[in-house]
Design a binder for this molecule. Structure first.
Ligand code: PEP
Length: 261
């Protein structure tokens, strides 16, 4: 295992998207209670919908982290339909996704809005998971690095390096999300390494410490190879987080790597 990996615990984060029900939560939490070891050398988190957060927080094993999939960029007030960082923290959330590509594309969230959301999370002691990634067209036209860096830089410009380091980054090439098409481990590593080197030019210590997850059709069969890459610190998992069996298959790979197997 590389020295860098020892500094950063792997994180396996399941994004349930708009899936789930009260029964689903009960069954998944019961399965994870049984399957997740009490002491782990890596972190596991789930991100249910807003309305299932309370049930997950009540029923989850202590070692499982829980986060929301989104939050408002506003403090509180007349913002119908939104949920604030303070509310998520009050409920007992640990983390929150910001800037998932489905929100950037379907809800037209700009880099600036995403940055405001990131800052809200930090101000309320939630760990933001900042999702970044290029579309297929952007990759094919050689813009992947620029797009990803612009997404990170917007947050960096608002909160600075110290606060960026309180979050987690997730590189999710849009062309690999929910498509069954996974970036190769080398493609993922190339972008992760780029992100880390850009950050290192600003602060090497922080760059070495910050976790960068890979997301995009990650599953039990490819998790080991992806997570073995020196700059890949775990995964943000969509489809394969929806059954305990598929999710645990990925956790087992993180477990093996964390134990240096
Ligand atoms: C995601 O939505 O963050 C994701 C990575 O989805 P999938 O694993 O289904 O590609």
């Amino acid at each position: 295992m590389s020295e860098a990996m020892l500094e950063r615990r792997l994180l396996v984060a399941g994004n349930w998207k708009m899936h789930g029900s009260k029964i689903f939560v009960q069954e998944m939490m019961a399965a994870l209670q049984t399957e997740l070891p009490a002491a782990m050398a890596y972190d596991v988190a789930v991100f249910p919908t807003y309305i299932h957060l309370y049930d997950v927080i009540q029923q989850k094993p202590a070692q499982l982290l829980c986060g929301a999939q989104n939050l408002s960029e506003h403090d509180d007030g007349a913002v119908t339909g939104e949920v604030s960082a303070a509310m998520l923290a009050d409920l007992g959330c640990d983390m929150v996704l910001v800037g998932h590509s489905e929100r950037r594309v379907m809800h037209r969230e700009s880099n600036e809005e995403v940055a405001l959301k990131f800052r809200q999370a930090i101000q309320h002691q939630l760990t933001p998971v900042l999702c970044v990634g290029e579309s297929l067209v952007e990759r094919q036209s050689g813009q992947a690095f620029d797009v990803v860096w612009a997404q990170i830089n917007a947050v960096l410009g608002l909160v600075g390096m110290e606060q960026l380091a309180q979050g987690v980054l997730a590189y999710e090439p849009v062309w690999a999300i929910g498509t069954g098409e996974t970036a190769t481990a080398e493609q993922a590593q190339e972008v992760h390494q780029y992100i880390r080197s850009q950050l290192a030019a600003i602060d090497d210590t922080i760059a070495r410490r910050i976790r960068i997850l890979y997301g995009g059709s990650c599953k039990g069969s490819n998790a080991f190879e992806l997570f073995s890459m020196p700059d890949v610190d775990g995964g943000l998992i969509g489809g394969a987080s929806l059954t305990a069996q598929d999710f645990m298959a990925i956790c087992h790979q993180a477990d093996k790597l964390s134990q240096g197997v």
